[in-house]
Each structure stands twice: as structure tokens, then as C-alpha cells.
Design a protein around this ligand. Structure first.
Ligand code: U2P
Length: 260
């Protein structure tokens, strides 16, 4: 074997040993995981999605996409996830834990379907490299990192629902006059102050164009509200005036085959 080939083989071997000792590279977080163990998180982030905005992306329908069922489609903020976060703006993901098992949350399915629906036909990848339901993706990716505050899958989903009901963002915004509309634009500052006044924390906002798509609020580990990491701007991608599109005002083709 030639000497450059031997050098390359050595470099490959050293890389393999380093990866085996240190764990895997988590691309999304940019963290090198040590043997699958990640340091304990600092705080929680409850991410809520506005179906009226999210569902405008729906082009094709399927039974798992709540955007498609016009009769019982949600007109409130629904849950995206309860995420564990670090104070430096990064977050752990896919910590140790068993694969998602829907049977463990069978008693929660009714509120889960209503308040934590999937707004897409796609099946996200789980931590175990299988494609599966939205709940499995969220539970495995974020719920497994919520230890020692949350001990298992059932507790993760129940806790998330309880926090969502206690901090009712939809009610706060509707009471302040920020109601679904396809013509109105609302001042972003007004939306932020309504949440600040109600919950004493500044929300993080995400927009799609000028439509509000996500609203996120952060909590200490005892679920008292706190601000999210300091270096993230609460306005995110949003302009000064935003809309809250009414649900059902998008157009999609009603076939049940393709994914959105
Ligand atoms: O923003 C894109 C995706 O990254 C994950 N995320 C984002 C911000 C944050 O503070 N924490 C966090 O986990 C989310 O991933 P998902 O749960 O959707 O897979 C978010 O959608």
C-alpha cells in the first residue's frame, strides 16, 4: 500500500475512535453528544402554532393533517411542542429514553387530537431514525431531555397540556381584540404587550410573511414564566404589523394521497 493511502487510513481510524469515544454529532444543535448523554437543560419553551397561518401551506390533504378537516379544525393556537433549552440559545435533543409508544398516552388522546394536532401530512423522523407521528417526534426529540423535571412519556404530554391550558395565549389575544381576520393587521408591539401583561414574560414570535405563525413562551423548570434566552429577538421574523389569518381561508386540493 502507498504511503498517502496509509496516512488516509490512519486519519480515518483516528476519526472513528474520536466519534466512538465522544458520541454523535448533533447537526441541528451543533453539539457533540457525549455517549448520548447531554448536559441538563436550563429552561422550557412552549411553542404554539397558529393554524390559520400554518394551514395556508397545505396543498394536499390526508387524514393525519388537522388542516384538512374543516368541520373540527382548530381556531386556537395549538401546541407545537414543549422544548428544553439552554441559556446560550442552543438546546439538547434526542436524549436517552424509550421510543414513543402511543399506548402510554391513550387516556390523553382526546385533548391531544384537539390541541396538539399535526398540521402537516409529512411524518417527521424520530430519534430512532424511523418516520412516525408528530407526537412521537416531539416526545422523543424534546421530552426525553426534560429529565429530571419530567420522568416519562405520559408525564411529558400531560405536563405540556396542563401548561398550555394554564397559559391560554389564545384567550389573552382574543380578549385584547386580536382576533382571526383576513383583512386586519395588528401591531406586533400590542401582541407582545398583551402577553407581557398577562404572563409577565416576553414571547418569541415567528412569522410567515406578515402572518403570525408561532408564538413561544418560556418557563423556569417549576413552570413559572421567564424570558427566553437573551440573544434571541422576540420579534423574530415578524414585521411591525402582522395578521392572524382566519382558519379555513386557504385553498387546498381535497385528495387524500399526497403529503404537504
Ligand atoms: O426552528 C426550527 C426547529 O428547531 C427546533 N427548535 C427551535 C428553536 C428552539 O428554541 N428549540 C428547538 O427545539 C424545533 O424543532 P422541532 O421540534 O420542530 O423538530 C423547530 O421547529
Amino acid at each position: 500500500m502507498s504511503s498517502p493511502a496509509i496516512v488516509n487510513l490512519w486519519m480515518l481510524l483516528v476519526c472513528c475512535i474520536l466519534i466512538a469515544v465522544k458520541g454523535g454529532w448533533d447537526e441541528e444543535v451543533g453539539l457533540l453528544r457525549r455517549g448520548g448523554k447531554q448536559r441538563q437543560f436550563d429552561y422550557f419553551k412552549l411553542a404554539l402554532q397558529w393554524p390559520g397561518t400554518y394551514c395556508r401551506k397545505t396543498r394536499h390533504c390526508c387524514s393525519s393533517n388537522a388542516c384538512c378537516s374543516r368541520s373540527n379544525s382548530p381556531s386556537v393556537f395549538t401546541i407545537h411542542g414543549l422544548w428544553t433549552e439552554y441559556n446560550d440559545g442552543t438546546w439538547p435533543s434526542c436524549c436517552s429514553g424509550r421510543p414513543f409508544d402511543q399506548k402510554e398516552i391513550s387516556t390523553l388522546l382526546e385533548p391531544m387530537r384537539k390541541y396538539w394536532p399535526s398540521l402537516s401530512c409529512s411524518s417527521p423522523r424520530s430519534c430512532h431514525h424511523k418516520k412516525g407521528p408528530f407526537w412521537g417526534h416531539e416526545g422523543e426529540k424534546h421530552g426525553t431531555c426534560a429529565y429530571p423535571v419530567v420522568l416519562d412519556e405520559y408525564e411529558f404530554f400531560l405536563t405540556t397540556l396542563n401548561v398550555y391550558f394554564k397559559y391560554n395565549v389564545t384567550e389573552v389575544l382574543f380578549e385584547a381584540g386580536y382576533v382571526p381576520s383576513d383583512s386586519e393587521k395588528y401591531p406586533l408591539g400590542g401582541i407582545i404587550s398583551s402577553i407581557q401583561n398577562a404572563f409577565h414574560t416576553t414571547p418569541e414570535l415567528v412569522c410567515s410573511g406578515d402572518a403570525l405563525e408561532e408564538l413561544r413562551i418560556c418557563f423556569y423548570k417549576n413552570f413559572e414564566p421567564r424570558d427566553c434566552a437573551h440573544d434571541t429577538s422576540s420579534r423574530g421574523s415578524c414585521p411591525q404589523y402582522v395578521s392572524l389569518p382566519a382558519h379555513g381561508s386557504w385553498g387546498f386540493r381535497s385528495n387524500t394521497t399526497a403529503a404537504s
